[in-house]
Design a protein around this ligand. Sequence first.
Ligand code: HEM
Length: 445
Amino acid sequence: MIKITGRNILVLNNHELIKECFDTGPNASLMNGRAPSFLGKYAVNGYKDILLRRNDSTFKKLKGLSWGLMKKHCDQSSLYEECMREEMDCVVEKFRETTGENVDPMEILLPSIGVLTAMLFTGERIGYSDKGLRSLMDFDECGDELVQFKNQSALNMFPWLRHLPGKLGRLFQNLMDCRSKIFQKFIVEMKETYSPKKGRCFMHGMFDAQQPGESGSGWLTDDHIHGVVLDLINTSAHTSKGMVSGFLLLLVNSPEVCRRIQEEIDRVIGHARKPTLEDMASMPYTHACIIELFRIQTHVPISAPHYNHGSEVEINGYTIPKNTIIFGNYWASNHDERLWNDPWEFQPQRFLDETGQLKKDDPKRKQILSFGVGERYCAGHVTAVNRLFMYTTTLLKNFDILPPEGAELPSAHPTSLIPGKVLVAPKFQCRFVQRSIDTTNGGSA
Ligand code: HEM
């Protein structure tokens, strides 16, 4: 435990302790709150969201509702999957235009990730030049800068800095501008064309829940919906950038992993059709690579700040004073030699049995803490896995991903990732060389 600017801060550095404090221990719910914060107060309308709100009954209702709608309109929706495939076609076309020359892959993939995030709200693909997409990406960038430790600490301590000229004031003003544009695009404009019970997307599901007699009736305001939209942008765009850039860096550095994934793609998907999410169940090696990627790169290395609001907690004979900010060190747990053989080695086979299938009810998979644990578990785990599967299979089906010519390639060791709240790969270039396959029967992507 340490004290910074008068606040008690506790970092949990091992797996058992993190599980006990956040999930299984008798006092877990006391440690799943969130501390009062500048962003909670000013960016999401006074904690009317999931990520920054303490774990009270409104939090539980809002998270439960959002989770259900994400499952229905994104993770298990054939309409969403169809739009994702359209987006994959565009991505393939853009990489094809690079004609095998060096390219920074994130220049193409970042806007694409923005499109997938917007699709979650609207249920349809919006174009790269759409103003809503611009505001969404600007909000993500601006939010990401504001949550940097030094900026956030300064604003938590001196919230009036937001009114002064200079960097923090400017960042805050940009954030507020993007926030209003997002409200206009995804709430005001979508309400204009919405008819109850014909919902085809996440936003319509939220508006349905506001109707009399429905689960959100009487408490779910437009401000709450706005807060959830801002959360989902903030939590999904940068983490997706981390996982996609991190996986590509690993693939360029690992020809053998690419070869094995391509072998599985050729066998299961073949040349004549496009990847579907259903294919994942028949592609255990690719699936195991995705699971192992989340472990080895742990893109969110430290949990969001938990908080024991107003109550002291006893744990293993120690007393945690009330109002302590508590972080789970997921990075340490995912690289703990007591839990993992060769924790710094990328070994997807650790999740496979002797026949090459994913092990059933594998206790090792349950030990991975990349998406948190307990009441604060990530709401977008399935969305993230589905996204990564679609990008990986689409790209490796169409291209060999090769090191750059005449430029250096950073190492794929997890410690090469750029430190921050979310770990992303350092900037790098690589080449997308088209594979010689038969692309008849609409099988291009
Ligand atoms: C690489 C991908 C991702 C990783 C590694 C990741 C990881 C995490 C972690 C570690 C937390 C905090 C857990 C804690 O405080 O203990 C979290 C929270 C959250 N994540 Fe994710 N996430 C990812 C993608 C996504 C996506 C795509 C979405 C939405 C579409 C999402 C939505 C959320 C939300 C809403 C929370 C707040 C949950 C709460 O406070 O109760 N995440 N995520």
